[in-house]
Ligand binder design. Structure first.
Ligand code: GUN
Length: 296
């Protein structure tokens, strides 16, 4: 049976380290990092993610403000709110939860965020820096995956990583991060996606398989090589009338089916998802240090 990678434990460790760092920064700069989280509309999954982000910030001493707007907010109104926070010295991170309602242009909204405050790492300036291997603000979920690999002493160097999924939030950035000629990366990377005629041809070759396709329980045992490291990025709600809420959360990997074939595996919940929040906190502190250091 695989080692089950404990995202809850690692996220708690990262948060404890960051809390200590904030104590140090408070003394050095006489202020603390600030993060504004912006949510538009009432998507229940988004609301739940945002609540956990706001709560985690407060736990470690980040000044956290939650701005929630009606789905009918106009593009100009949203842009003017972002502009206000771009110019507010008490805020070092600006996070706009995605997806946005259809009438809002996601790319325009993301590009309006000061890249130095782009703690999601979604601004094209930061994406470009990531691709060419410069230090930058890294998207939180891929960053969390690298941290989990590191903390479990799984070295991707020279390994074949197969990423299933090509989103801008996970698939593309994790592939680019693991490709870099750097410690904790230096992998041979394949990206495959839903247009493949037979995904198994690709997934079977993976030493490290990263599932980020958004299809519940999609990866089965026959798609995984014996001894592979399996990282499940999926967070899918599926109907389950035996639970109080009427649904339960599952990943993109059929955990029970795959656990005996893998060497390491992340569970859902309790795996990558918690790391996303931890790395958001890390990025907020990184942004704070960069912005404050530029003042001197
Ligand atoms: N929607 C799903 N994942 C994310 C994320 O990491 N950041 C933001 N802003 N929106 C998301």
């Amino acid at each position: 049976m695989a080692v089950i990678i404990d995202g809850k434990k690692v996220a708690a460790q990262v948060k404890a380290e960051l809390k200590e760092k904030i104590e140090f920064l408070k003394i050095k700069y006489n202020k603390v990092p600030g993060l504004v989280t912006i949510l538009v509309g009432n998507n229940p999954a988004s609301l739940s993610y945002v609540n956990s982000k706001v709560k985690a910030c407060r736990e470690i001493g980040i000044n956290s403000v939650f701005e929630k707007f009606d789905a009918a907010i106009t593009q100009d109104e949203l842009l003017s709110i972002i502009k206000k926070y771009n110019n507010d010295e008490n805020f070092h991170g600006i996070l706009v939860q995605l997806p946005l309602p259809e009438h809002l242009k996601e790319d325009v909204v993301i590009e309006s965020i000061n890249p130095l405050k782009d703690v999601d790492g979604f601004h094209p300036y930061n994406v470009g820096n990531l691709v060419i291997g410069k230090d930058t603000l890294y998207p939180c979920t891929p960053y969390g995956i690298l941290e989990l690999l590191f903390r479990y002493s799984i070295n991707p160097s020279g390994k074949h990583v197969v990423v299933v999924g090509r989103s801008n939030i996970v698939g593309k950035p994790i592939a680019n991060m693991l490709l870099q000629k750097k410690d904790g990366a230096n992998a041979v990377v394949t990206i495959c996606h839903s247009a493949a005629k037979d995904l198994t041809i690709y997934t079977k070759q993976a030493d490290i398989l990263i599932a980020a396709i958004g299809k519940p329980l999609f990866i089965k045992e026959d798609m995984v090589k014996e001894g592979a490291v399996v990282i499940d990025v999926g967070i899918n709600r599926i109907e389950d009338n035996t639970t109080e809420k009427g649904y339960r959360i599952v990943g993109d990997v059929d955990f029970e089916n795959v656990v005996n074939k893998a060497s390491f595996i992340t569970p859902v919940p309790g795996g990558v998802g918690l790391m996303t929040v931890a790395m958001l906190l890390k990025n907020t502190i990184t942004a704070f240090e960069k912005i404050e250091s530029l003042k001197n």
